[in-house]
Design a protein around this ligand. Structure first.
Ligand SMILES: Cc1cc2nc3c(=O)[nH]c(=O)nc-3n(C[C@H](O)[C@H](O)[C@H](O)COP(=O)(O)OP(=O)(O)OC[C@H]3O[C@@H](n4cnc5c(N)ncnc54)[C@H](O)[C@@H]3O)c2cc1C
Length: 406
């Protein structure tokens, strides 16, 4: 990956102190281990030092601060649940959730970069790759020397990835890959892509496609109003010769990418609540400081109602996420449970961002406060990795036994 040097990065560092304090109304910390709290603190410190000062400017300029990729690797944000033998953190899923929560508290785009690398690139290589493939790619991805992306969505197949047309043919010495993917986080800067494509038999397989292969290009998607500090693009395959040793043979079928999405959606559930916490905390502090009618606006009942409802919803979501994390640790979490957590968290965060924006009055639309940025980011989070409605239908199918989306 080409990484801009710090000298090339023309981002203005904010002089405003990031005074974030996380809400813990029901003393959820009592249910965490000392290790969990240490991990959370170290990522929170990192966000305050590295993300908060530059993120407003990065978003305004639609600039992906790629120099942070190496730093994410240094703090162990990539592949926290991957065994240490491969450079991962060997941690549990609650640690992973806490890392996502803290990073998205800083910015959903930054969390997208990290969760794609961890859940959608490292996870499939670890789960479905052989030992040689694991040793070849995982340590570099863990350290941030390599950046990866995950190609499932196509221009004509978003919610229905099973209809994908990207395909590969067995040419004897190699596979020949053709097709295109769209809306791919990290793609313009990625060194490698885990790509889902159909074999001649119509079965979905994962292949690792590397930058530099002839016929492989990654055009950037511009003009986004959401996740502006994350780079998004396409993956275009025009007769790309993919070596046979790049096929992930451990699992095929749509279930393989769906397993990756379970892991990523779990991280999103925690991350979105991080964004909600930031909006709530900013609104709480602003309400105490902003004087109208000779009183802090926090003294008005309507402001108190907003804050009380925000805290209630954050608290409920924290416990839902924690319970799903416990089930993930035990290998018992189901896709429907993860859908509930992701859907609930993103909805909660969007409503909270909107209410927090109101509490900030006109200031809420500026980059002086993080609210509008979170609000715009969360619109992508609502749609990617399964739209809000598709998660509802996953739950509906679980309840009734009747899939309504087919
Ligand atoms: C910023 C960003 C980053 C992304 N990163 C990645 C990435 O890294 N890798 C990747 O593979 N993809 C990525 N995506 C793609 C994302 O997962 C898709 O956008 C998402 O799955 C929805 O697909 P779509 O946009 O084609 O919408 P569509 O599938 O066209 O859906 C449009 C609307 O129709 C609704 N709908 C569709 N089918 C049904 C149904 N059966 N019943 C009821 N309603 C339905 C949807 O809920 C939605 O409201 C990203 C998207 C964005 C915006």
């Amino acid at each position: 990956m080409h990484t801009d040097t710090l000298e090339e990065v023309l981002l203005t560092r904010s002089t405003k102190t990031d005074a974030f304090e996380s809400p813990d109304f029901l003393l959820l910390d009592d249910l965490l281990t000392e290790e969990h709290k240490l991990i959370r603190q170290s990522v929170r410190d990192f966000v305050k030092k590295e993300i908060s000062p530059i993120i407003e400017d990065a978003c305004q300029k639609a600039y992906f601060p790629d120099y942070l990729v190496k730093k994410f690797g240094e703090i162990g944000a990539f592949g926290p649940t991957i065994p240490m033998k491969y450079g991962g953190g060997g941690m549990d899923y609650i640690s992973y959730g806490l890392i996502m929560q803290e990073i998205e508290r800083g910015d959903s785009g930054m969390r997208s970069t990290v969760s794609v690398q961890s859940s959608l690139v490292m996870y499939p290589i670890y789960k479905f790759g052989n030992e040689q493939q694991r040793m070849r790619w995982l340590p570099g991805l863990a350290s941030g020397d390599l950046l990866g992306c995950f190609g499932l969505t196509e221009p004509d197949h978003g919610s229905n990835p099973s209809g994908m047309t990207t395909n590969f043919k067995d040419m004897g010495t190699h596979y020949l890959l053709n097709g295109a993917k769209m809306w791919i986080s990290n793609s313009p800067k990625a060194d490698l892509a885990v790509v889902w494509a159909k074999s001649e038999e119509g079965r979905i397989h994962g292949l690792v496609v590397e930058r530099g292969m002839d016929g492989f290009t990654t055009p950037e998607t511009h003009n986004k109003w959401s996740l502006r500090a994350s780079c998004t693009g396409e993956l275009v395959f025009d007769n790309v010769k993919v070596p046979k040793e790049n096929l992930l043979t451990g699992k095929s079928g749509l279930g393989a990418p769906m397993l990756c999405l379970d892991s990523a959606r779990f991280g999103i559930a925690w991350g979105a609540i991080g964004a909600a916490m930031d909006c709530y905390d900013s609104a709480r502090r602003y309400a105490a400081e902003r004087i109208q009618f000779d009183k802090p606006i926090a003294s008005f009942q309507l402001t108190q109602k907003k804050l009380a409802e925000m805290l209630t919803e954050i608290t409920k979501a924290q416990f839902l996420n924690l319970r799903v994390g416990q089930l993930m640790n035990e290998g018992r979490a189901t896709t429907a449970q993860i859908s509930m957590a992701k859907r609930n968290a993103v909805e909660t965060a969007i409503v909270i961002a909107r209410e927090a924006r109101q509490i900030h009055g006109g200031m809420g639309i500026t980059g002086e406060y993080p609210i509008m940025r979170h609000m715009a980011n969360l619109e992508s989070v609502l749609t990617y990795e399964g739209t809000h409605d598709i998660h509802l239908l996953i739950l509906g199918a679980e309840i009734t036994g009747i899939p309504a989306f087919k």
